[in-house]
Design a protein around this ligand. Structure first.
Ligand code: ADP
Length: 544
């Protein structure tokens, strides 16, 4: 028997309508590419979204067409998100930090027809345009009458393009399974893979992450997503934010400590979201200037492991609660968030930080399991580590154009490529990427755990632990570190620091001190590059 409730398709159009009708005065505040601040409320933003949809339709954009963006977090990018998806087309966010040949590949793989780009990327677009035969229109996200000086066929100017358009657009009645956005994972090995989100997955992901235990989004919140809209839809905040009527504070290209702190103070930001490196840089700036984070209540960190020392400093010195999460583009992207359970709230701080340092427990909507090499499920005892697999309505069921089918199991799970343990409370502890794990004498050493210990040493700024071939053990860990400014790293002292913190046989065999570590386009350690650099390195423990 069916229930008697009304049916409504879960589309991004419903978020747009809700935002315009019930939160017309809520604001989006953006740092422009020229550094100035731009403010717009949801009502005006909505009107411009309708104009943009009309302009794109006039350019020939049809349902299902891919419209690409190459842009920082800002109001025009939000307009593109909504106009493109709500008209039934697919908003394809390009990550400008990818290598040029990857960008070349992605645009052709997606067969984008229109590209909207921030003027800071004009030269990059100019260089790549000849290799993109499917792109018919280039639209610079520029002020009226101020197109960037670049040589692109049929270059259009965003403000001029939408200026004369109508503020009415008859949004189509979309099936909630209609594709709405496309995002490629950076693909540290092989070609990038396309994750094709649908309206339904974005809406329910946004609803779930808004919840009290997680982001706890309230209308009075002022939210600063440092995580870029070009990477996994800024963790869903452009949807969850408008759904809840929050003030969104968009940092544009200014992701450094001074810029962020200025925005936080001026806009009384209550919630921050970004990867650990951004917050480490912000903390350095705060320490140097004596700045505070008075308005900030919560800080969401993910994309890479958050060092426990960072969680502690933010709470004890700045009174900011850290919510550490794990996810990936294929999960829209949030999978787990590390909020202590009721009986953990009164635990001694140290013990609670340890929980917050884990990757967390799953949100409603995400199911997960860990399996051994034969696909057998492992117990949730906090120690058994295996391949992490997930499923749920906002988890990718396949890659765009059927790429990499081996990532999806026959019984309906997505193989994340991460290695993890799950404890009895359901908290996930990520130990590695499958390809980064160090296999020493048949046992696994977690590179993430080694790195976590290393960065808690007072002289260490950043650390990466990689496998080096060893004639006896197969592989042994090498620790590569960047010292803090003005500090010197003493190898013996650093290795002694590990004693009692990890199993004895986990302690790295050597330490290499470098000036800088390589990172991927999404800010993660680029271990593949690092392994190549140290390919011929011989460990002092290796007799041969
Ligand atoms: P990419 O495009 O680089 O693959 P993703 O954001 O999709 O970007 O990367 C997802 C991966 O990032 C995860 O599979 C995991 O390895 C890593 N990751 C994400 N969050 C965390 C975290 N909190 N701790 C450790 N690693 C994380």
């Amino acid at each position: 028997m069916h229930g008697l409730m009304m049916h409504g398709e879960l589309t991004i159009t419903t978020i747009l309508r809700h935002a315009m009708r019930w939160h017309p005065g809520s604001e989006i505040v953006s740092r422009r590419t020229d550094g100035a601040i731009h403010r717009i409320n949801y009502a005006d933003l909505g009107r411009r979204i309708h104009k943009l949809a009309n302009a794109l339709a006039r350019l020939g954009v049809k349902p299902g067409d891919r419209v690409a963006t190459l842009a920082w977090n800002g109001w025009r990018h939000v307009e593109a998100y909504y106009a493109v998806s709500c008209m039934g087309a697919v908003c394809h966010t390009l990550n400008p930090r990818l290598f040029a040949d990857q960008l070349g590949y992605i645009v052709n793989h997606a067969e984008d027809t229109v590209l909207l780009f921030d003027v800071t990327f004009a030269k990059l677009v100019e260089k790549l345009a000849p290799s993109w035969p499917t792109v018919r229109h280039y639209v610079a996200l520029a002020d009226a009458g101020a197109p960037p000086a670049c040589d692109l066929p049929g270059l259009l100017n965003y403000e001029d393009l939408i200026a004369g358009e109508s503020e009415d657009f008859a949004w189509p009645d979309l099936d909630e399974r209609t594709a709405c956005s496309l995002c490629y994972t950076s693909g540290t090995t092989g070609n990038p893979k396309g994750v094709l989100f649908d309206h339904r997955s974005q809406v329910i992901h946004a609803l779930s992450v808004s919840g009290g235990d997680w982001l706890c989004l309230r209308q009075r919140d002022s939210v600063l997503p440092v995580v870029p809209m070009f990477h996994a839809c800024a963790w869903g905040l452009p949807y969850a934010g408008l759904m809840n009527g929050v003030k969104l504070v968009m940092p544009g290209h200014g992701l450094d400590g001074p810029n962020l702190c200025e925005l936080i103070d001026a806009e009384k930001v209550t919630l921050l979201a970004g990867v650990p490196t951004v917050w480490l840089e912000m903390l350095r700036h705060l320490k140097a200037t004596g700045g505070r984070l008075d308005s900030v209540e919560r800080l969401m960190v993910g994309g890479a492991a958050a060092p426990r020392s960072m969680i502690q400093t933010l709470e004890e010195e700045y009174d900011v609660r850290v919510v550490h999460g794990w996810g990936m583009t294929e999960l829209s992207p949030v999978g787990t968030l590390s909020v202590p359970k009721a009986h953990m709230q009164d635990w001694p701080a140290e013990k609670r930080y340890a929980v917050q340092g884990l990757q967390g427990r799953p949100l409603y909507g995400v199911d997960m399991r860990i399996v051994d090499a034969d696909g057998r499920e492992l117990p949730h005892d906090g120690t058994a580590a295996g391949a992490l697999q997930v499923r749920g309505p906002w988890v990718a069921g396949g890659y765009y154009r059927g790429d990499n089918p081996e990532s999806f199991t026959a019984d309906g799970w997505f193989n994340t490529g991460d290695v993890a343990a799950i404890d009895a409370e359901g908290f996930l502890r990520l130990t590695d990427r499958t390809k980064d794990v160090i296999k020493s004498g048949g046992e696994w050493i977690s590179s993430i755990e080694i790195e976590n210990v290393a960065v808690s040493h007072p002289a260490v700024q950043e650390a990466a632990c990689i496998a080096i071939t060893h004639s006896k053990w197969g592989e042994r860990p090498l620790l590569v570190v960047v010292p803090k400014a003005g500090a010197a790293v003493d190898k013996a002292d650093l290795l002694a620091f590990f004693e009692g913190k990890v199993a004895k046989w986990w302690i790295p065999d050597d330490v290499a001190v470098v000036e800088e570590l390589p990172h991927t386009a999404t800010g993660k350690l680029y271990k593949l590059g690092l392994r190549e650099r140290f390919r011929d390195f011989v460990l002092p423990t290796d007799a041969n």
